[in-house]
Design a protein around this ligand. Sequence first.
Ligand SMILES: Nc1ncnc2c1ncn2[C@@H]1O[C@H](COP(=O)(O)OP(=O)(O)OP(=O)(O)O)[C@@H](O)[C@H]1O
Length: 436
Amino acid sequence: MSINVLPVRPRILCLIGARSASRWKRISGVSILRHSFSTTTYQMDQLSYYCGIDAEPLHRYGEGGYHPTLLGDVLKDGRYRILHKLGWGGYSTVWAARDLREHKYVALKISAAEKRQQSQEVDVMRTLAAATRTDQPGSHHLMSMLDNFQLEGPNGSHDCFVLEMLGPSVSDLVETRMSDERLPGKLAKTIAKQALLGLDYLHQQKIGHGDLHIRNLAFTIPSVDSLNEEQFCKKLGKPETGMVRRKDGKPLDPGVPQYLVRPFSYPADSSLFSSPIKIIDFGEAFLSNDTPRTLHTPLPIRAPEIIFGEKLDYRVDMWSMGCLLFELVVGQPPFDSIMTTPTVLVRQMLEMCSDDLPERWQQSWRAIDNKAAGENSNYTLQQWLEEMYFDGERNEDLTRDDIIKVGELVGGMLRFEPSTRTSAREVLQDPWFNGE
Ligand SMILES: Nc1ncnc2c1ncn2[C@@H]1O[C@H](COP(=O)(O)OP(=O)(O)OP(=O)(O)O)[C@@H](O)[C@H]1O
């Protein structure tokens, strides 16, 4: 067995990492190169095109890449009219659109034509749409698909997902509203509980998410369906666009849009604090009867069995959930997120986790790392958590008892052996989540 050195998707790495780099404290001797990131870097990287606006990377417009969507485009036989951009990811652009048949506003996710390798997003979203049991609380914490269709364009054939429109992510809220980059303790607990409810429901449906981090938790927003299109557009504001030009002055290729649209950023105001969150982005999700050979989960939240190339199941999410609970409470992820390599990451895991590497992974680990496997530092997860939380500079509205409990819960999820990790259901049953 060898260590699975998967590439880290650059955008995710940077977005998760940029916020945490400045405050990262090291407890080991491993030094990690840090760098800052701006989406404009991508613009400068373009070989043939440029555009002076912060938006998705232009080099992804080409065969197999994004669909060149423009405002006002009407998709699926005149049904969905594109009004604004909501966001983009490594594998999609996401738009606010008007459903002209149902008279409501939706989010339209248009996947890149080549999509992720082996993505099961369509199957997973269909399974969830068919299974939705509204009597189960967890079903309200998963983004639902309203429709899906195939779109043919100059760059290929694209999966399109019609989704309920959601607001900013938890990460947006932390970045824009929390001066000390930490959520109030009560809010952190509520968000963690809702993520666990969503995850428990997902796992009951025999689905793994594979990409659970704070950017993939989005706040629900009040319905805007009663607004007419003019009022809706006024609410979102005039889209900011930037013309795309070819460096050599020649006309654009048909697969490249005439302009890019800066994504709308929903104001992350305090009224959202009481809105429920939903888990979004099922691009890495998988059905239990068709588990992937590997996952491109961002490295800082990647479960060790993915790194060691083992057969995977939904328990990869419980590792990520442990990282997520830590980050929600502390304001920092437990594992360093900038320029981390799988080897450095495993060393950090060994330092922090209380159990040893399973026997079956030790040989491949020894071949890579010259330290003996299982040689943990004396710095426990609990000490690390307390040191990070009570650092004296930031909001500390949770008690030491709360932090000890969080340490226990995170410790139960950050276990190397997947079968010994606590399940979402078990974590939810803890009195800490039930107001006792
Ligand atoms: N339902 C929605 N409502 C509003 N905005 C959304 C919705 N779904 C996605 N977005 C926005 O679009 C962005 C990209 O969506 P998503 O993460 O699903 O795409 P992706 O290509 O799979 O991304 P990644 O490469 O990050 O995995 C999100 O970060 C978010 O800002």
